[in-house]
Design a protein around this ligand. Sequence first.
Ligand SMILES: [Zn+2]
Length: 115
Amino acid sequence: MNHKDALSASAPLRDNHLSLKAVAPFGNELALSWSDDLEQFLALEMLRRVCPCAVCCGEPDVMGRGDLPAKNYKANSFELKGYDFVGGYGLSLKWADGHATGIYSYRLLRGLKAE
Ligand SMILES: [Zn+2]
């Protein structure tokens, strides 16, 4: 046992083998437990606001409209309803307002900082 270097919450992703061991909603935060023993607490509201899906990232829809219905957050838009692990590289978050198209890659999650 010779690695006692303390990881800070903003530790960068060090390798491609990092994986999420556990995910647990914790109040208005999501607790992430990583395979390198880092624990990360991310605010649900912040997670929703950085949703990486095409709708939230501002791509116009097939009709060419530029308005973004998903950006009109509702009262329950920041309530997490569930989550799924996606192919060993990411996490899919399902929100109480029905939005569930965002896949948060491990790399994205590790780059986020608690507010
Ligand atoms: Zn989205």
